[in-house]
Design a protein around this ligand. Structure first.
Ligand code: NDP
Length: 332
């Protein structure tokens, strides 16, 4: 087998030395087990949380295979429900082969003519995060103003497009002119703010003349402060993530203007997409329909080779990923 194991708790962005490469023979199957060959490994901002500390899942123990969601194919099985040839998705880890009892793995169907990558894209966690986070928690209405951060990223780009589909004014915040151009010209956002080169508070004031009704927060930190300051009374803040804080070397400071939550009667609500997996079938037909009609676009950033995973995961924290970040581990 070929594996990346977690060697150290990361400080700041991931470093090569946080992982060790390990090779060993693939263990034989025990009764009720499956051997899965991983095909596509998803790299996610939450990998940094899993490596560092206990959260909604326990921290990955040092020396263990790094936790990661992947898509793979069952190549050998003594498991009744997961026969050979089944495609599966789940916490298969940063490795070529998973051998285990298959608990928590979801069988997936290969859609003719489509790559399995669809299941890391709009049919995967990011599609459900955008869909349920925006619609269930943000509850936007036509005519309202929606602001989303990390807007050119995997989740953010879908959030903004779904906002447009339901008739919102959508303003995205992203790093750099190229990402800002992409979300306005290709995805149809009404405006973009380049937080690396613009004053976010001033830009929000000019692009959200009616204030903000829904802020979909992927980044936390100063951008959250700026958005809170521009919220309308009874606005909703979807606390999806806080990537600007994941690599911080000290506990993050809360929003400095938190009192605005009281005076503006705001609702701030967090969520974890895992809780929505049982409701996936509510979202998937609609997401597929929007893809087919061209109303929903997304891009994938596919890095070739499991060996590249430690370098590749750093892209999420320096912003160099263009779309959903995935490592191709083996052939489909
Ligand atoms: P993205 O594809 O959006 O990649 C991460 C992006 O974050 C980078 O490209 C970068 O874009 C931006 N970023 C990185 N550092 C900073 C910073 N310091 N300040 C502002 N922006 C930064 O990743 P995902 O779509 O997978 O994840 C987006 C967010 O959604 C994360 O916070 C993640 O934790 C959260 N999430 C939450 C889930 C849930 O269940 N609650 C499920 C899935 C994701 P740029 O170039 O614009 O800076």
């Amino acid at each position: 087998n070929r594996q990346w194991r977690l060697a150290a708790r990361p400080v700041g962005n991931f470093k090569d030395t946080d992982f060790t490469w390990h090779e060993e023979p693939v263990p034989a199957l025990a009764a009720g087990q499956v051997r899965v060959r991983n095909i596509y490994l998803s790299l996610d901002p939450t990998n940094r949380i899993w490596a560092a500390q206990d959260s909604y899942l326990p921290a990955v123990p040092l020396g263990d295979v790094m936790r990661g969601v992947a898509i793979g194919v069952v190549e050998a099985s003594t498991h009744d429900a997961l026969p050979e040839g089944t495609f599966v998705q789940g916490l298969l880890g940063w490795q070529l082969y998973y051998v285990g009892d298959g608990k928590g793995l979801t069988p997936i169907t290969k859609i003719p003519g489509q790559s399995l990558l669809l299941y890391h894209g709009v049919l995967g966690a990011i599609g459900l995060t955008a869909y349920f986070g925006l619609l269930d928690i943000g509850k936007p209405k036509a005519g309202e103003t929606l602001v989303v951060s990390a807007a050119a990223g995997a989740v953010g780009s879908l959030v903004g497009q779904i906002g447009k589909i339901i008739g919102c004014r959508v303003v995205g915040i992203a790093g750099g002119p190229e990402k800002c151009r992409w979300i306005v010209e290709e995805l149809g956002f009404d405006a973009a703010i380049d937080y690396k080169h613009e004053n976010v508070a001033a830009a929000l004031a000019s692009h959200c003349p009616q204030g903000i009704d829904v802020y979909f927060d992927n980044v936390g930190g100063d951008i959250l402060d700026a958005a809170l300051a521009r919220m309308n009374n009874f606005g909703r803040v979807v606390a999806c993530g806080a990537i600007s804080q994941y690599t911080a070397d000290r506990p993050p400071v809360g929003p400095s203007n938190f009192l605005l939550v009281v005076s503006k009667r705001l609702r701030i609500e967090g969520f974890i997409v895992l809780d929505y997996l049982p409701r996936a079938q509510e979202a998937i037909p609609q997401l597929l329909g929007w893809i087919a009609s061209g109303q929903l676009k997304y891009r994938l950033d596919v890095v070739d080779g499991l060996e590249q995973a430690p370098q590749a995961v750093r892209k999420l924290f320096d912003g160099s990923n263009l779309g959903k970040l995935v490592v191709k581990v083996s052939e489909e």
